[in-house]
Design a protein around this ligand. Structure first.
Ligand code: MF3
Ligand code: CO
Length: 267
């Protein structure tokens, strides 16, 4: 199967879905503070998504016989991705939390994530967040027409490993559109010049997951939460990106002033 190329109408839908995903994500970020539970954050995410007339693409997401039970993915410290909000998980000063928001809006999907500090965090954690966010930026920069997916992968891996960290191998970025996961897979490791050719009209979810220690991960007994095996800290940043002749365009930019029907109710 080839990588889907979006026509102008599909691109317009992707812009809207991505703007909704970003609006929810950055509103949710405002709520992160010591003392809140990850359950409460997830509930706030659920409400924000509903207010924007969207649907969580995570809730009910099926993997084998399991269905994802929460509205957002909230992953603390050594948790890499797919953490499930819990009333027992109270955020404390010094934690980091990855907020991953995937919404479906008018049948199209926008996907984005950030990792943010809870209160004041240790310098080693600040550095991890900075390196992971910069790795995402460098990966996006490679999403130019004529490049290959491996150019994105290589840029992310080279920058991360230069700082002595490791990239997660078991999970990858992906094409995104009417489904959350489309072709191509976008590993955060790989070789320049390898993989699929990048053409205009692709919508790609680029998402480095970076560990301070080993790249190895495991799944907790809840069947979803992925953590590092060595319990080292992990960070995750993600944007939905459109490839164009003029270069990559980040679609997951919040748009509080857009013509979205109910944006005003967010205030
Ligand atoms: N951004 C994540 C991904 O691309 C979201 C997964 S949703 C879940 O895989 F349902 F699996 F949690
Ligand atoms: Co994703």
């Amino acid at each position: 199967m080839a990588i889907p190329i979006k026509n102008p109408k599909a691109i317009a839908h992707m812009r809207d879905a991505s703007a909704v995903a970003a609006t929810v994500l950055y509103s949710l970020r405002e709520q992160v503070a010591p003392g809140i539970t990850t359950y409460d954050l997830d509930q706030i995410g659920r409400e924000l998504i509903a207010k924007l007339n969207a649907r969580s693409a995570c809730y009910g997401y099926q993997l084998g016989s399991r269905r994802y039970p929460a509205y957002t993915c909230l992953s603390v410290n050594e948790e890499v991705v797919h953490g499930i909000g819990s009333m027992k998980r109270v955020l404390i000063d010094g934690d980091t939390i990855s907020l991953d928001v995937v919404v479906e809006y008018r049948r199209y999907i926008g996907d984005n994530a950030i990792t943010v500090p809870v209160g004041a965090i240790a310098p080693a954690r600040t550095k991890l967040l900075q390196v992971t966010e910069e790795a995402l930026r460098l990966g996006i920069k490679q999403a130019t027409v004529g490049n290959r997916i491996g150019d994105i992968s290589h840029a992310v891996q080279a920058y991360v490993e230069k700082h002595g960290y490791s990239v997660v191998r078991d999970m990858v970025g992906h094409g995104v559109g009417e489904s959350m996961h489309e072709e191509p897979q976008i590993p955060n490791f790989g070789r320049r010049g390898k993989g699929e050719l990048i053409r205009p009209g692709m919508t790609l979810a680029i998402e480095p997951m970076v560990n301070i220690g080993s790249w190895r991960t495991k799944t907790l007994r809840d069947g979803w939460t992925i953590t590092t095996v060595d319990q080292s800290d992990s960070a995750h940043f993600e944007h939905t990106v459109l490839t164009t002749e003029q270069g990559p365009e980040i679609l997951t930019i919040p748009n509080f002033d857009s013509s979205l029907p109910v944006h005003a109710s967010l205030a």
